[in-house]
Design a protein around this ligand. Structure first.
Ligand SMILES: C[S@@+](CC[C@H](N)C(=O)[O-])C[C@H]1O[C@@H](n2cnc3c(N)ncnc32)[C@H](O)[C@@H]1O
Length: 228
């Protein structure tokens, strides 16, 4: 039942409002012919599918949440992209890909899981020489992160901010509206109302601290290190 109501809320529809930022970041990269891309922590694959459409390449999405991957696999079939988009249940902390096997590594909303510096360091080995890493991260310590980018063996191609406003108008406000609609529809169903309460709590968290919810893209290129 929880799953059904979450499907009815349909956060993917709201997440898709941010595909324009995924496109903006992708367009900051030089043109690559059919790149091999790894999307780290792909969830239900909203940005992953956008990357497949943009790149015309092969995309692998990894995540530890089997429910999200199941949902994503259905979407891959529906989009007729099974020949180019694959999923894998695997932790971003313990990836076993051959070294230098991806042209681009993409990570939206996932560096906090491992830590910015550790993620940049550990994922670097899987990127081909002069390949790319794109990270969409929370909006904190930007100057420090820019320093770390160089320390970890990348050059910064560019960076841009997704303002907190966008998170409100394109994500949390429509999410709240949807929660209200569903609360009305299921007003006699206490189990569903509990799930909706939990969803609303996330909206309240945003409202209490909207600045925290701005986010930032870093578009990086792996460079040769002069030192180990
Ligand atoms: C904020 S969501 C981002 C999803 C997607 N990248 C997006 O931008 O829509 C974080 C994702 O990281 C996944 N995740 C959490 N811990 C993980 C781990 N150790 N390894 C791989 N994925 C993980 C979660 O299951 C979730 O799908």
């Amino acid at each position: 039942m929880t799953r059904d109501i979450l499907l009815e809320i349909n956060r993917d529809r709201l997440r898709a409002n941010f595909n324009k930022y995924t496109r903006k970041a992708f367009q900051m990269l030089p043109t690559l012919k059919k790149p091999r891309i790894l999307d780290i922590g792909c969830g239900s694959g909203v940005p992953t599918l956008e990357l497949a459409r943009l790149s015309k390449g092969e995309v692998i999405g990894i995540d530890i949440d089997q429910t999200q991957l199941k949902k994503f696999n259905i979407k891959i079939k529906e989009a007729d992209l099974a020949h180019r988009v694959k999923t894998m249940k695997c932790s971003l902390k313990n990836m076993k890909f051959p070294h230098e096997s991806f042209d681009i590594i993409w990570a939206e909303g996932t560096t906090w899981i491992i830590g910015f510096q550790k993620g940049l360091k550990e994922w670097r080995r899987f990127i081909k020489p002069n390949g790319f890493l794109v990270v969409h991260d929370e909006m904190s310590d930007i100057d420090k992160k820019i320093e770390l980018i160089f320390i970890c063996g990348y050059k910064l191609i560019g960076t841009f901010v997704v303002p907190a406003d966008a998170w409100w108008t394109e994500y949390y406000r429509p999410l709240e509206e949807r929660i209200h609609e569903l609360r009305e529809k299921y007003r006699n169903n206490s189990k569903i109302l509990d799930v909706l309460d939990k969803e609303q709590r996330e909206v309240e968290e945003y409202k209490n601290n909207p600045k925290y919810h701005g986010s930032v893209f870093f578009v990086m290129q792996k460079i040769q290190r002069l030192y180990k």
